[in-house]
Design a protein around this ligand. Structure first.
Ligand SMILES: [Mn+2]
Length: 355
């Protein structure tokens, strides 16, 4: 197991590599290029520069999150083949610089959805929350609220230029239902997985966030059966999963422990986002502190299932709250992620010593 933290690069992140390297137990950062338009090839010189910054700080950069997928691939337009060719080239380039895992998602329009970016907890800390009443509004209002409350930081997968045309984007997806989206995902995987096998890269799909349909959009990474379908679509270890405990547990009918156990055993979980959520009512929730007692998930059970089934991929604490007056990109402050990460490592050490 390798513990990592997400890092948004030298220009986009308040949290520097110098700070990250001081968090005990962190071995690597999860990076990405944010200045390459979705669908284009990631140039080697930019990758080299980014990876070498991590190496200079004595950190690995073996996981990329994310190489986003162009809408034309998800919609299944004839232009997808060009974008898939670009994606293959990006995979080859990343492999040359030591990248082992690529996290991605296959959600139309929105990469994730929260309705409150600065939800205040009783102890005064700030976190992100999702409440159904927050999306009972016009699309434009929902988009504006997320973008206006990002504390001035760009949000991954929420490119303002793209979302300025949110109605046009929705219109493009009007003929794409679950089965069509699934077909388009399989088409994409059949194309790229052989390249991944050739260069030693593993793809790792992130579950939908939230893992059910919103605004009538199709969803194909919601639960155990979806993950099973994806794994079988191309039966290769290179066709894997980023198991995000928070996202998958947003649907209370998902058994996060059983899903973790099955797909760890099947050697398909290459990357784990380990965070806790507190269910408020129905499917409403907020992102709590990592400790089990603050949320609805049994974090020890999560770590034990990973450990006992031979997980040897990458972990990151995913998100943290804002505490001690820190501000920044919602979910990605330094302090609470560092605390959460230490807690996860503490449990891992106990599991190792007990084994
Ligand atoms: Mn996640």
């Amino acid at each position: 197991m390798q513990m990592t933290m997400r890092w948004f690069g030298p220009d986009e992140d308040k949290v520097t590599l110098d700070y990250i390297r001081q968090v005990p137990g962190v071995e690597g950062v999860v990076g990405a290029l944010y200045d390459v338009p979705v669908g284009e090839v990631w140039p080697k010189d930019k990758i080299e520069k980014l990876v070498s910054l991590a190496h200079q700080a004595n950190l690995t950069m073996e996981v990329i999150e994310s190489v986003n997928i162009h809408d034309d691939i998800k919609i299944g337009l004839p232009s997808r083949d060009g974008y898939i060719a670009n994606y293959k080239q990006t995979i080859r380039h990343l492999a040359e610089y030591g990248v082992k895992v690529i996290c991605y998602n296959f959600m139309p329009v929105f990469d994730w959805m929260k309705t409150d970016m600065n939800y205040v907890l009783p102890d005064g800390s700030l976190t992100m929350a999702f409440e159904k009443k927050g999306i009972d509004k016009s699309l434009e209002e929902v988009v504006k609220e997320v973008l206006d409350n990002s504390n001035g930081f760009a949000l991954p997968g929420w490119e303002p230029e793209r979302l300025a045309q949110v109605q046009t984007l929705f219109a493009k997806y009007k003929d794409v239902d679950d089965s069509k989206l699934r077909e388009n995902l399989a088409y994409f995987l059949k194309e790229i997985i052989p390249v991944c096998e050739e260069v030693g890269v593993k793809m790792a799909i992130h579950p939908d966030d939230p893992p059910y349909s919103i605004f009538g959009l199709p969803r194909v990474v919601k639960n155990r059966d979806d993950l099973d379908w994806i794994c079988n679509a191309v039966d290769s270890e290179a066709n894997g999963i980023t198991l995000c405990t928070g996202s998958i547990a947003e649907d209370p009918t998902n058994d996060v422990y059983q899903i973790l156990e099955e797909f760890t055993r099947r050697k398909r979980i290459h990357f784990a986002h380990v965070r806790n959520i507190k269910r408020i009512k129905d499917k409403d929730f907020y992102e709590s502190a990592h400790l089990s007692r603050y949320g609805s998930l049994d974090m020890f059970k999560i770590m034990k299932v990973l450990h006992d089934n031979g997980f040897d991929g990458y972990i990151r604490p995913d998100h943290g709250r804002f505490i001690w007056g820190e501000t920044g990109r919602p979910g990605y402050g330094l302090y609470d992620r560092a605390i959460g990460l230490s807690y996860l490592l503490g449990m891992w050490e106990a599991l190792e010593n007990n084994a």
